[in-house]
Design a protein around this ligand. Structure first.
Ligand code: KIV
Length: 298
């Protein structure tokens, strides 16, 4: 594991200072070693190994099936590629909800086995108690309110939350409860901008929006969405900054075509051999036939 001196790391205090100074916080997901290097080189402050990995890199059709072991493997790979940004790991569905003891045991695995700086948990309700217990156990926690993908079916599917005053009040109450429980950061997903605006005046911790308008202290997007790698449908709030899937398919297609035509490998992709050695080799094998259809070399 490549752990760099904490002095070079972005801390929660640094994020709080950014909020105080009105500087936006940049958060993005990553799921592997090269992805971590890319998001760090691009200047991300916070890197989330989201359970969106279930869909973007593991091929599940929701975030629900991903396991602790799968998330730990991905988070450890991201850690190895990351130096300065703060690293947050999502606790997967079913790995923390049942009791404080289970939540602490799962979160401790992430911190010990991956080097993550913090864990993220979804929704209000009983999650607020889990968050409080994790904080009391010395584990930094990120809350996630609004659309909580792990329990999307109980929210009526992957859809915006807080579109009525009652629903918006529930989102805000969840956010405040998670702040009171000691969360260091809050993610708010898929709510009208007006809900975020109403919330912001009450939040002392940094708030990171995703589909929650421009008033949050920062924004987070899924790596595969913003780079156009993921083939699935994108939510309204996703902005595509590149079409890497198109570039990747055309690169592999060109390789396939050159293999078939013989254009690849060319001389510059091929190892040479001194002429006298090549001649000795040719002499050694001259006149040898094939044994059982396979050329005999011994
Ligand atoms: O799993 C994830 O990637 C997330 C972000 C969308 C915030 O939770």
């Amino acid at each position: 594991m490549s752990i760099h001196p904490s002095a070079s790391r972005i801390t929660f205090a640094a994020l709080a200072a950014k909020k105080a100074a009105g500087e936006k916080i940049v958060m993005v997901t990553a799921y592997d070693y090269p992805g971590a290097q890319i998001v760090e080189a691009a200047g991300s402050d916070v890197v989330l190994v989201g359970d969106s990995a279930a869909m973007t890199v593991l091929g599940y059709d929701s975030t629900v099936p991903v396991t602790v072991d799968e998330m730990i493997m991905l988070t450890a790979a991201v850690r190895r590629g990351l130096h300065a940004p703060l690293l947050v790991a999502d606790l997967p569905f079913g790995s923390y909800e049942a009791s404080d003891e289970i939540a602490i045991a799962t979160a401790q695995r992430f911190i010990k086995e991956t080097g993550a700086d913090a864990v993220k948990v979804e929704r209000g309700g009983t999650t607020v108690d889990r968050a409080r217990a994790l904080v009391a156990a010395g584990i930094p926690v990120i809350g996630h309110v609004g659309l909580a993908p792990q329990t999307a079916s109980s929210l009526g599917g992957y859809r915006a939350q807080g579109r009525t005053a009652d629903s918006a009040s529930r989102v805000i109450d969840d956010a405040l409860a998670l702040q009171d429980a000691g969360c260091a950061l809050l993610v708010i997903e898929a709510v009208p901008a007006a809900v975020t605006s109403a919330l912001m005046g009450h939040m002392e911790i940094p708030v990171i929006g995703i589909g929650a308008g421009a008033d949050a202290d920062g924004q987070v997007l899924v790596f595969h969405d913003l780079l156009g790698i993921y083939d699935g449908g994108a939510a309204r709030f996703v902005k595509r900054y590149a079409d890497l899937r198109g570039a990747m398919v055309s690169g592999v297609a060109e390789y396939a075509s050159e293999v078939r035509s013989g254009a690849y490998p060319a001389a510059e992709h091929t190892y040479g051999m001194p002429a006298d050695e090549a001649e000795r080799l040719a002499t050694r094998f001259a006149g040898r036939g094939r044994v059982g259809g396979v050329r005999s070399v011994g």
